[in-house]
Design a protein around this ligand. Structure first.
Ligand code: NAD
Length: 451
């Protein structure tokens, strides 16, 4: 099923078979509290260009709505609604006082000039500013939006407040958006936070499942903000990132015939690969080892497509690009034993069923990529309290939040597994499958529903 919002609803209904929420509570959680739609009109040569845009506020039981703004040609209302629901669960699991929201503009930033991008960013704020605020709804960057766009948005929000005679303190204006440039009220450590958080979640869960192998191999799909920092920090922490890709293709140090893990495969140099990508526009053809990229390494590497990357015989597969990349068509070809969902919604429910049956552990997005929103919360907190934390303070706090979140999910998983044994003792042939996603959702939904 490729409808992201139906997928998100299906996941909630599934966990409710275990939680058994009151019908009214379930109905409330199944749909967003507010859906705002606007067409942005941008003056163009002798005419106007129009862009569909959305802000969806799913639930604010735990605090102000929180969620990024995505600029992409494939943005749809269904996608933004799903992402807003996932933000509700993500904030709850991460243990931060925010609810779930999300925004999007249907546009292709790669075909837009900087002036057009700024005009769309400012128009978005003018369209939705009444629904935004530090204690109401706090947007952030997402796919194709960045700190520069947040800076324009803060400036436009400030203008709108002044035009409409709203008295808001400077620090509260800053706290209305997170992911800002560090010298404009942003937090140190935010840029790498999602990737870093993913590595901490992975390390914490590996300890809990008692996997102490120090050189697990990893393939990372997506080499943007999340994929790049995840790969860089994972290598620094002793994992072996042996494959990376972006939208144009990828590279791996695994050879074609390898079916089993080989300890001798070399780590890709992530820093050098980024430099090479910046020159060539893609990671494909970037043969980087040690501290250099060089054509002589070609024999140790091979180029792969995105589909091939997903099917490599690595220990851990990390989809860090887009939704639905692991689906019923390729699930049976996945060889990794662990999938860490750094992108939002990369594994479809159909694929999850196939993979869970095969014993593949899926660490769900709402836990795996919650490091970003956690440091967004630290940014909001610093703005609201006029504080500046050092990078070490941010990273130490992030570790504390991520370790706690992963441990709580694991405890919930163990509790559900135990409950299931008891349930199936009473009801023969119980088909209820417990996995980490179900446990993560159960934990989050219980917090949001106040159970
Ligand atoms: P980004 O725009 O910086 O990077 C996206 C990357 O994916 C790029 O390298 C692009 O080339 C690659 N890509 C695009 N299409 C692809 C395809 N078909 N196959 C392989 N690679 C492809 O975005 P990002 O901020 O890194 O976000 C990636 C994912 O992580 C998204 O699902 C986003 O919602 C999620 N996420 C991001 C954050 C964050 O802090 N940035 C936080 C939580 C979740």
């Amino acid at each position: 099923m490729d409808d992201p919002f139906k997928n998100a609803q299906q996941q909630l209904k599934k966990v409710n078979r275990y939680l058994k929420l009151p019908a009214a509570t379930l109905r409330k959680l199944l749909k967003p509290q507010h859906v705002w739609k606007k067409t942005l009109k941008i003056p163009s040569y002798k005419s106007y260009k129009t862009y569909k845009s959305y802000r969806v506020q799913h639930n604010n039981a735990l605090g102000p709505y929180k969620g990024g703004i995505r600029f992409h040609p494939n943005v749809s209302l269904s996608e933004v609604k799903a992402l807003s629901m996932w933000m509700t669960w993500k904030c709850a699991v991460a243990g931060i006082p925010f609810g779930g929201g999300k925004g999007g503009v249907v546009c292709d930033p790669h075909k837009m000039s900087e002036e057009e991008l700024e005009a769309v960013s400012r128009a978005y704020v003018r369209a939705f500013y009444k629904h935004l605020g530090p204690n109401l709804d706090v947007p952030a960057p997402d796919v194709n939006t960045n700190s520069k766009i947040m800076e324009w948005m803060v400036d436009e929000y400030n203008k709108q407040q002044t035009t409409n005679n709203k008295q808001q303190k400077k620090n509260e204006i800053l706290a209305t958006f997170t992911g800002k440039p560090v010298d404009k009220g942003g937090s140190l450590g935010r840029t790498e936070a999602t990737g870093r958080g993913g590595v901490i979640v992975l390390q914490t869960l590996l300890k809990l499942i008692k996997n102490v192998d120090k050189s697990l191999t990893i393939a990372v799909q997506g080499f943007g903000n999340v994929g790049y920092y995840f790969a860089k920090i994972a290598n620094e922490e002793g994992f072996k990132v042996v494959a990376v890709s972006d939208s144009k293709g990828g590279i791996t140090t695994l050879d074609q015939k390898s079916k089993i893990k080989n300890q001798n495969y070399e780590q890709i140099d992530i820093e050098q690969t980024l430099k090479c990508k910046q020159e060539r526009g893609t990671v494909a053809g970037c043969y980087c080892l040690g501290s250099v990229c060089d054509i002589k390494y070609k024999e140790k590497f091979r180029e792969i497509t995105n589909d091939e990357l997903l099917e490599l015989p690595v220990d851990i597969l990390v989809p860090a690009a887009l939704e639905n990349v692991i689906n019923e068509k390729n699930a049976h070809k996945i060889k990794a034993k662990i999938i860490l969902e750094m992108a939002n919604g990369p594994v479809t429910p159909e694929a999850e069923e196939i993979l869970t049956k095969r014993g593949v552990i899926i660490i769900p997005d709402v836990l795996a990529n919650s490091g970003g929103v956690t440091v967004s919360y630290f940014e909001w907190y610093q703005n609201m309290h006029n504080e500046r934390w050092t990078e070490k303070q941010v990273n130490d706090k992030l570790r504390e939040y991520m370790e706690r979140a992963a441990k709580e999910v694991w405890e919930q998983f163990m509790k559900m597994t135990n409950d299931k044994i008891q349930i199936s003792n009473q009801i023969q042939n119980s088909k209820f499958k417990i996995n980490l996603r179900l446990a993560t959702y159960a934990l989050a939904v219980k917090k949001v529903a106040g159970m």
